[in-house]
Ligand binder design. Structure first.
Ligand code: G6P
Length: 499
């Protein structure tokens, strides 16, 4: 184990993702400024680099040409955290075709099983390849010996292949933050062979759950001739020709302790009290999502309406707070979704509001961390009900922040989190409106004793398998080639009981 630790500590980490954790902004007076970025990937990776140090390469969220000043501001943004940011410049046309186009109008919907939302435009694919090449060039420029290159997410699946083309032989890892689809769906992708071949240039490919790894393995086994699989368990080795590629499932997590300490501050405690003070004599159900059609926001609102109709005793006794964080609004489907959410919220509120009680409180903005944690702390129920999700860290953040442990999580069977949290959460099929409404009723009526029992289990699991455990287990499989403290994680599959 000592050797393993030494190997890991000698290694400098180069994290590469489409976005940097901050957005660079040019103010009207020409000065550069940074604001924090949003999304699960950024939330998860920031503590990793704060802990280990290293380099983070990505797009800083602007098309303005960089200058010396902007690079200084970018470096200053994380200097105190002990890691450095290096920008990749993208033009607006590149962003249009590579990010909005290939990443978000092809891979994102396809990998979330939403084929009908895909726009298979071939110009998106050529731009995706060019931008991945651009990322590879920036990485090569900053690469030193003993670095470990760790590429993240669906925007950058081709980067290893491009780096190999530039003569880089280093050990490289890839982590997919979103689901990997089943063979039937993957086959629809016009560039399925190119993408699969590209991925196999990494030495280790990590997925969120056994479900995603199973899907990837089925694609690899079916589409690659003379492939053999060695090993059993969470990480296996694919062999073809002279090559070996490791493939594993590593459920991403959060900095549990950081959430606990933020939730314990006086500011958050007061904030939590204030939210409930403003909504007296009701239980609060909370939903927090990026604006995205995969998050099941419309389905959840419909299920809430169904609960109010089928269980009228809930009326005036519950408030549903739905926070929607603006995201990808330039894509027509996202804009349409925003309009549809707003229409549905006002329809349901119009249907049920009584003097002194509005059933749905809708916030369309990002909350700062303390405000968000105050909502987590105060809500009796959280609903995390995506139609499909790689992991979903909101579920884990809610559990970590629930210091009193007297609340309950309603969780989609199709969130990656379900594999890990199946024992304490109330699992639902988000497409089953009445089933979700029944779960809402059950959650609101559940005794404090049962809520505590369930929440204790959830918190223990999130605490044990936190973000540091995730990074150690990935890097141990990647660099030390051994498995570190690996839990057995079962895929969640619903089962019927036959008489
Ligand atoms: C998901 C993806 C991330 C992405 C985030 C925010 O969590 O897995 O890669 O950064 O959404 O989306 P955006 O398109 O704004 O980066």
């Amino acid at each position: 184990m000592a050797d393993t630790r030494n190997n890991l500590s000698r290694t400098r980490l180069i994290i590469v993702s489409n976005r940097l954790p901050v957005v660079l902004k040019k103010e009207k007076d020409g000065r550069w400024n940074t604001v924090p970025g949003s999304g699960g990937l950024v939330t998860a990776l920031a503590p990793v680099l704060r802990d280990r140090g290293g380099l983070w390469i990505g797009w800083p969220g602007t098309f303005e040409a960089f200058d010396k000043k902007s690079e200084e501001v970018l470096e200053g943004a994380t200097r105190d955290s002990g890691f450095t940011l290096k920008p990749v410049a993208l033009t607006s046309e590149e962003l249009e075709k590579y990010y909005f186009g290939f990443a978000n109008e092809i891979i994102w919907p396809l990998f979330h099983d939403l084929l009908s939302q895909c726009k298979f435009d071939p110009t998106y694919w050529s731009c995706y390849q060019e931008v991945n090449r651009k990322f590879a060039r920036v990485i090569k420029e900053h690469l030193a010996s003993d670095d470990y290159i760790w590429i993240h997410d669906y925007h950058l699946m081709n980067v290893a292949q491009e780096l190999r083309g530039l003569g880089v032989k280093d050990n490289m890892g890839f982590f997919l933050h979103i689901p990997f689809p089943s063979l039937d769906i993957f086959l629809k992708l016009p560039w399925r062979f190119q993408i699969l071949r590209s991925l196999l240039n990494y030495n280790l490919i990590g997925f969120q759950t056994p479900r995603d790894r199973r899907n990837f393995m089925q694609c690899a086994r079916t589409l690659i001739k003379d492939l053999s699989v060695q090993g059993k368990g969470q990480v296996v080795t694919l062999r073809f020709g002279a090559r070996n590629v490791r493939v594993g499932a590593f459920p991403i997590s959060i900095d549990f302790r950081e959430f606990v300490s933020l939730a314990s501050t006086q500011g958050v405690t007061n904030g939590a009290w204030y939210i409930h003070e403003q909504l007296p004599n009701v239980q609060i159900i909370l939903g927090v999502d990026r604006l995205d059609y995969t998050k099941g926001i419309l389905e959840r609102l419909e299920a809430f309406r169904n609960a109010l109709l089928r269980y009228p005793e809930l009326q005036e006794k519950v408030v549903f707070v739905q926070v929607v964080v603006p995201s990808r609004c330039e894509i027509p489907k996202y804009h349409e979704l925003k309009i549809e959410i707003e229409r549905l919220v006002s329809e349901i509120n119009g249907q049920f509001t009584r003097s002194g009680w509005v059933p749905i409180h809708y916030l369309f903005r990002s909350l700062d961390r303390s405000e968000l944690v105050a909502y987590y702390r105060t809500a009796e129920v959280a609903m995390v009900t995506p139609l499909k999700d790689g992991m979903n860290l909101i579920a884990k953040e809610y559990c970590a922040s629930s210091l009193e442990e007297d609340c309950i999580l309603i969780l989609s069977e199709f969130a990656g989190t379900a594999a890990q949290l199946q024992k304490g959460a109330l699992l639902v099929n988000p497409h089953d409106k009445e089933g979700v409404a029944d779960a809402i009723y059950k959650a609101l009526k559940m005794s404090t004793g049962e809520r505590r029992q369930r929440m204790k289990k959830l918190r223990a699991s999130v605490k044990r398998h936190d973000i540091y455990w995730w990074v150690d287990s990935f890097l141990d499989a990647a660099i030390a080639k051994r498995l570190y403290n690996f839990p057995i994680m079962e895929e969640y599959l619903p089962q019927i009981e036959m008489a």
